[in-house]
Write a protein of this length. Structure first.
Length: 370
């Protein structure tokens, strides 16, 4: 029997009234995600700026001063201490007064002039491996660039390195992080709203009334999930608009591709929320179950840590994480302008995972309703 549009629409309207009955809920659904977006856009960044640097210059020549100036003028490093003793550099790193240490040998300018190779030591505080990796990359780039400009005409560099980053020329972490926030926010909203709404009905006894009403199990599932799918799409439009207009994140792809990927992704989020509702007896259990699903899904998605750096067994496991495929699609659409023709494996995974999770959750919900 096909679902009755009238009965489903009545349940959808009832769900919207239930969600927005408390005016604070609108703030939680639309203002709080914007706050999270601002936090990720401004505070969560892998870019370095004014990194505390300690300098030990044994050479004290114009060449060594120019090298230090190249570090500070970049804006990535800020000299917070100087000495002629290596022990002071080690002490600054040990006590956290510096993150980077630069030691220039006594014969730096002489060897640079002769072209025999002028070694420079760069010490890094590896307590924060990510910061150390980025600082090392910046430092190596500055030293390499200085070595190329300081080479004498008689002894030019044999190899001249010219770097260029495609799609994100400034290597700004904001352009990489902000689009991915869309995936985490949509998943969180779908998990919480779907699971809590159904469990709340069960707690206050109205779910039993819905079961004995003319609504079929299929109509009940559609009516319960459709409002939260609409809210998820509104979240998508709000976050995308803020990302493009406020943060200046480039959007080079197709809105239709992004919308299609989001609809497929919503199937997984709604299915997971529906599944949590079938195994939770209270709203507290549903809330904890949502975060029990949410955190591993985000950690395995590549949002914070590259999937390629995970063990091979976990890389296979991430294939069953819909967040991973959605984030790959979103980043490719935003930054590269890639279409379905190149992203069809991710779209296929989202279709399979969304259909499978939602079908299983619907079957579980029907079984629990009998």
């Amino acid at each position: 029997m096909s679902p009755s549009i009238e009965r489903v629409w009545g349940l959808v309207v009832k769900e919207f009234h239930q969600v927005f009955r408390d005016p604070r809920m609108a703030g939680l659904l639309f203002i709080l995600p914007l706050v999270q977006l601002m936090v990720f856009g401004y505070a969560v960044s892998t870019d370095l700026w004014q990194t505390p640097t300690f300098v030990v210059d044994h050479d004290r020549t114009q060449a060594s001063r120019e090298l230090v100036e190249a570090f500070t003028s970049s804006g990535y490093f800020k000299v917070t201490g100087r000495s002629d003793r290596p022990a002071d550099l080690v002490s600054a790193l040990d006590r956290g007064r510096a993150v980077v240490g630069l030691e220039i040998p006594p014969d730096f300018s002489t060897r640079l002039r002769e072209g025999s190779g002028a070694p420079v030591q760069l010490l890094l505080d590896g307590t924060n491996s990510n910061t150390a990796s980025v600082a090392r990359s910046y430092g190596e780039r500055i030293i390499r660039a200085y070595g190329g400009t300081a080479a004498t005409p008689a002894l030019p560099d044999a190899v001249i390195l010219k770097e260029r980053a495609w799609y994100n020329p400034d290597l700004a972490s904001r352009d990489y992080n902000v689009p991915a926030v869309v995936g985490s926010l949509i998943l969180l909203v779908c998990l919480l709203l779907t699971s809590l709404a159904i469990v709340r009905e069960r707690e206050i006894g109205t779910l039993e009334q819905l079961r004995v009403s003319p609504l079929t199990p299929g109509e009940l599932i559609i009516g319960k999930t459709l409002p939260f799918a609409a809210i998820g799409l509104v979240e998508l439009s709000v976050v995308t608009t803020v990302a493009v207009l406020w943060f200046g994140v480039p959007f080079r792809g197709s809105l239709l591709d992004l919308l299609l990927a989001s609809v497929l992704y919503l199937m997984s989020g709604l299915g997971l929320g529906l599944l949590i509702s079938t195994i939770s007896k209270t709203q507290q259990e549903a809330f904890m179950g949502s975060f029990l699903v949410f955190m591993p899904a985000i950690l395995l998605s590549g949002f914070m840590f590259p999937v390629s750096s995970m063990p091979s067994s976990f890389q296979w496991l991430t294939l069953f994480d819909p967040v991973r495929h959605y984030i790959e699609i979103v980043r490719a659409i935003f930054l590269k302008g890639t279409g379905i023709g190149s992203l069809w494996p991710q779209f296929l995974w989202l279709t399979a995972l969304g259909g499978g999770i939602l079908s299983f959750a619907a079957w579980r919900f029907r079984k629990s309703s009998e």
